[in-house]
Design a protein around this ligand. Structure first.
Ligand code: SF4
Length: 456
């Protein structure tokens, strides 16, 4: 009997702006790996795979990074007042339709979701899937599905919706649809070991890696602890094997770690991983788009990062104001940050190569708090990256924003878009928000220029 097949879909992003930073739908691929190991056949259409669609920036110019193709669509009602063009990012409609014509008709389609305010991209994706395969069952999972399940059920024509970890739940659901009987008693909720089904991609030139799930901290504004109730790290040898497989079988030389807490338990985790990669002669470039914990970057780790080829280094500083550091679980202090910069510099990095994430727009945050943090980073010779706050359900800050009336439970997730400045208040108007962005850009330019001068 032919194995039942599942079509995995990474939908369009719908937003005012979107930029690819080595992004891959890792959650969907983990579920795909799990289903395959239990006998399901997989097909994949990743609508944001720039290398496949080849319709944006030359995809090889900066592997894994670049602008997506944008198809302008009418602005949804909730954001009609925003003076920017709204669009779908990724494949064109024609490319999507042609890809659908070239696959085996699936019985089940598994659609993932990311940022909640990107949901119009899922709406458009599912409309096309419904028309193309009217008999197929459509299942939605992922972040938006977990954070706004009622909204998703109301807005999108789904057959099923899955919240939380999807592996075993999806397997059981698919088995029920296909009338497959199985003993689940020894099947875990998920399995992070082994190699993801990257063979489903026509081409890859960078690899996204997750060496852990979740985060041991509980910052007041972050939904990671809700989405991943336990922090779990993979065995170092398993991560090393995955990277070696990419390196040898796919010829990959660029890797992005998508962990939320890559350096936690460093002696048992990242240090053996990097030592193992060096021992195997892996000569690659590593990027860390998610923030790193400064307090863990001691001289030993900084030296290993340099030797292993870490290039894009982003540190979660968040703020230099104690109140906002506390909201960030006190994961970093100014001392930690300064020490990390020194250690990285001694290991051979330029300070201007190091980027510091600063959070902007938290409920109750004053613009002078952010201004001080931006100036502080520039004074130390590093580059600031402003991360605009977006209110997320199941966080302390969501409850605070709710108390202020900035958000409400059944609000349209589009209104949480971080380009809209959802928690604007009288003391911190939108104009100040834009001024701070400009200040950060200007000081970053100055820092880069000064660093070039020093080199000459
Ligand atoms: S450290 Fe980062 S991932 Fe962890 S809870 Fe805080 S914001 Fe979330």
């Amino acid at each position: 009997m032919k194995a039942p097949s599942v079509l995995l879909i990474n939908p369009w992003i719908a937003d005012f702006a979107a930029y690819d930073l080595w992004a891959k739908p890792l959650g969907l691929l983990y579920i795909g790996k799990f289903l395959r190991s239990h006998g399901y056949e997989l097909q994949l259409i990743d609508l944001t795979d720039r290398l496949r669609w080849n319709n944006s920036d030359p995809a090889m110019k900066l592997p894994g990074r670049g602008k997506y193709h944008k198809t302008i669509i009418p602005k949804p009602e909730a954001v009609v007042h925003v003076p920017r063009r709204f669009g779908l990012y990724g494949a064109t409609r024609e490319q999507f339709l042609s890809a659908l014509q070239n696959i085996d008709p699936p019985q089940v389609i598994l659609v993932t979701s990311h940022m909640s305010y990107w949901y119009p991209g899922i709406v458009e994706t599912v409309k096309i899937l419904r028309k193309s395969f009217p008999a197929a069952k459509i299942i939605l999972g992922g972040i938006y599905a977990s954070l706004f399940p009622e909204h998703a059920r109301r807005i999108i024509r789904l057959d099923y919706l899955i919240t939380g970890y999807g592996e075993k739940q999806t397997l059981m659901l698919l088995d029920a649809i296909h009338e497959i009987e199985r003993d689940y008693s020894n099947i875990p909720e998920f399995d992070d070991s082994g190699i993801l089904p990257w063979d489903l991609y026509p081409k890859i030139n960078v690899a996204a890696i997750m060496s852990s799930r979740g985060c041991p901290l509980h910052c007041d504004y972050c939904a990671t602890p809700y989405l991943n109730p336990h922090f779990l790290q993979r065995a170092p040898e398993d991560v090393i094997s995955e990277i070696i497989c990419f390196y040898e079988q796919f010829g990959i030389r660029q890797f992005a770690f998508y962990d939320d807490a890559l350096f936690t338990n460093k002696k048992r985790h990242i240090i053996p991983i990097l030592e193992g990669l060096l021992k195997h002669g892996i000569k690659a470039t590593f990027h860390t788009p998610n923030g790193l914990f400064a307090r863990e970057i001691d001289p030993e780790l900084a030296a290993l990062m340099k030797l292993a080829g870490f290039q894009t280094i982003r540190i979660s500083l968040e703020s230099i104001i104690p109140k906002w550091q506390k909201a960030s679980t006190n994961k970093v202090s100014a001392n930690h940050f300064e020490q990390a910069l020194k250690n990285l510099e001694n290991a051979g990095y330029k300070r201007s190569d190091i980027e510091a994430y600063l959070i902007m727009g938290l409920p109750g945050q004053h613009y002078s708090d952010i201004e001080k943090s931006i100036r502080y980073v520039a004074k130390l010779g590093a580059v600031s990256r402003l991360a605009s706050y977006s209110p997320i359900p199941h966080t302390t800050h969501w409850d605070q924003a709710k108390a202020r009336g900035s958000v409400w439970d059944d609000m349209d997730p589009l209104l949480t878009n971080n380009t809209l400045y959802p928690c604007a208040n009288r003391d911190f108007p939108v104009e100040k928000f834009l001024e701070l962005r400009q200040l950060s850009n200007d000081l970053n330019k100055f820092v880069k220029k000064s660093s070039l001068k020093e080199d000459n």
